[in-house]
Ligand binder design. Structure first.
Ligand code: F6R
Length: 242
């Protein structure tokens, strides 16, 4: 695992965007695994800006997002499909049909999970998976638990995650209680993983996840075993790494 410390959020975003851009240039038909949340916003803005300047194209790229809340449709501004359309997909030349976000309103959620894994497999697997890091060590919506979940599955969100994500809703009561997420197995099967974390409030979990013991109680800690994992943090998030 490589840990890169950037001066600040802007530099962190640039380094992460460069990793993705190098892949887009060397493998224009790559499969990207994408994340939502606040942390990737800067790097998505960098990708959009470089697309606008003609430096990169997404026209042959396939994407799979990590997760989606259960019960939220594609047009719900709090949903992750909406987030991805607004921050990346609608601003670049990716084909809509090549972008995938789990269907949080699928009638049969278990079938949706199995279908999602099959689609990833049929696409040849994920070349690079982008990840943010939850305060409790979650990646995707894989919350701390007793064992590492394998494939895409439905999860009950913890209060820590509901409270952290309530900033994007009118109140914590409105945050859905369940989500569909890729499993740890799905994430670990990606050929490369790229983690971004920023801010003082992530410093403790960055240390625990990447220098502490590997345990399902800190889901991101499994990434220490990934053969090609890069973690890009800003100085604040790195402040407890010694
Ligand atoms: C988002 C996701 C989450 C976030 C994590 C960090 O698709 O799967 O695991 O990456 O909660 O979120 P931020 O970046 O908002 O701190």
């Amino acid at each position: 695992m490589r840990i890169v410390v950037a001066d600040d959020y802007k530099a962190m975003s640039r380094i992460a965007a460069d990793e993705i851009e190098e892949l887009l240039l060397s493998e224009p038909q790559c499969v990207l695994g994408l994340a939502t949340g606040s942390t990737p916003l800067g790097l998505y803005a960098d990708l959009v800006s470089d697309f606008e300047q003609g430096k990169i194209s997404f026209k042959d790229v396939t994407t799979f997002n990590l997760d989606e809340y259960c019960g939220l449709g594609d047009d719900n501004p709090q949903g992750y499909r909406y987030f991805m359309n607004a921050n990346l997909f609608d601003k670049v030349d990716v084909k809509g049909a090549s972008t995938h976000v789990p269907q949080g309103r699928a009638g049969d959620l278990e079938a949706e999970c199995a279908k999602y894994d099959k689609m990833i497999e049929d696409a040849g697997g994920i070349d690079l998976q982008l990840l943010g890091l939850g305060h409790n060590g979650h990646i995707g919506f894989n919350e701390p638990c007793d064992e590492f979940p394998k494939g895409t599955h439905v999860v009950d969100l913890t209060m820590s995650t509901i409270n952290a994500n309530s900033r994007l809703f009118d109140s914590a009561e409105e945050v859905p209680r369940q989500a569909i997420t890729m499993g740890i197995g799905t994430i670990m099967a990606a050929r490369r993983v790229l983690v971004v974390a920023s801010g003082k409030d992530k410093a403790a979990i960055v240390r625990k996840a990447f220098l502490g013991p590997v345990t399902p109680e800190v889901p991101a800690s499994i990434l220490q075993f990934h053969p090609d994992a890069m973690v890009v943090v800003d100085e604040e998030a790195a402040s407890e790494l010694v």
